[in-house]
Design a protein around this ligand. Structure first.
Ligand SMILES: NC(=O)C1=CN([C@@H]2O[C@H](COP(=O)(O)OP(=O)(O)OC[C@H]3O[C@@H](n4cnc5c(N)ncnc54)[C@H](O)[C@@H]3O)[C@@H](O)[C@H]2O)[C@@H](O)CC1
Ligand SMILES: [K+]
Length: 229
């Protein structure tokens, strides 16, 4: 059996960057592949909804908007809670926010989580909760309002799927950065993350599924060769 291929935070971020800058594949296409791949995983898990998407302001949240669009197209009830000001979204995340919004998908936003009960109510009837708060962009100990938001998601009854990695998990160590989503399933992009090799990470990731986002194979092959040389 071949060993599992794992990439560090810096390596996986370089895959995205090189795909966009050297190969010219737009980031929005990568985000589409990422979100579409997670949607297909949800279908394979027999998700019927309601699905509640918890989105942050970065590209991890952007993936969440793509997932929401595909669920809505499939007739699966979906709603979004955005822990950011929509005005502060940029780039590919902003594009997908606009599309989801124009499609009429319900979106609640509260950048500072001024009303934690609103998030509890939002999650109360969830069949599945999709964690798209934070991905590989996270740095250092988790800060408010994500601390409280993560705790509220963990207390909710719905099945939890983490996008790329559970929000609050350190990609490289596989340990919690203070507060961390406890997911039953994790849909991770490109390859398993380095930290997933640590047994302690399993309590946060649950079952891990690798989703291909269409990055050129040679970038990943080169990285894996560097690891063994
Ligand atoms: N083009 C790309 O680079 C792609 C990125 N993808 C997704 O994008 C993610 C990375 O996106 P980003 O780089 O935008 O970053 P994230 O979306 O992971 O997070 C960025 C946000 O986290 C906040 N943050 C950082 N550290 C924090 C802390 N300790 N406590 C609280 N908030 C904190 C930052 O202020 C920023 O708003 C990946 O995990 C993946 O899900 C995918 O869409 C595939 C393509
Ligand atoms: K996440």
């Amino acid at each position: 059996m071949s060993p599992i291929k794992r990439l560090s935070r810096a390596e996986v971020r370089s895959v995205d960057q090189r795909t966009i800058e050297e190969f010219g594949l737009p980031g929005v296409a990568l985000m589409e592949n990422a979100g579409r791949g997670v949607f297909e995983l949800l279908l394979s898990l027999k998700v019927t909804g309601p699905v509640k998407i918890c989105a942050g302001k970065g590209n991890n949240g952007g993936d969440g908007f793509v997932i929401a669009r595909h669920l809505d197209n499939a007739g699966i009830p979906v709603q979004i809670f955005l822990l950011a000001d929509p005005e502060h979204l940029t780039g590919d995340a902003a594009i997908n926010y606009q599309v989801a919004s124009r499609m009429g998908i319900p979106i609640q936003s509260d950048p500072v989580l001024s009303d934690p009960d609103a998030l509890r109510t939002f999650l109360s009837d969830a069949d599945w909760i999709v964690d798209a708060f934070l991905g590989t962009g996270v740095q250092g100990t988790i800060r408010p309002p994500f601390t409280t938001a993560i705790q509220i998601v963990n207390q909710a009854a719905g099945n939890k799927l983490a996008v790329d990695l559970p929000s609050g998990l350190d990609c490289d160590t596989g340990l919690s950065l203070g507060d961390c989503i406890i997911a039953a399933q994790t849909a991770t992009f490109v390859a398993e993350k380095k930290g997933f090799a640590i047994p302690e990470s399993k309590q946060f990731t649950g079952a891990v599924h690798v989703v291909d986002i269409g990055a050129p194979r040679q970038i990943i092959t080169e990285l894996l060769q560097k690891q063994t040389s």
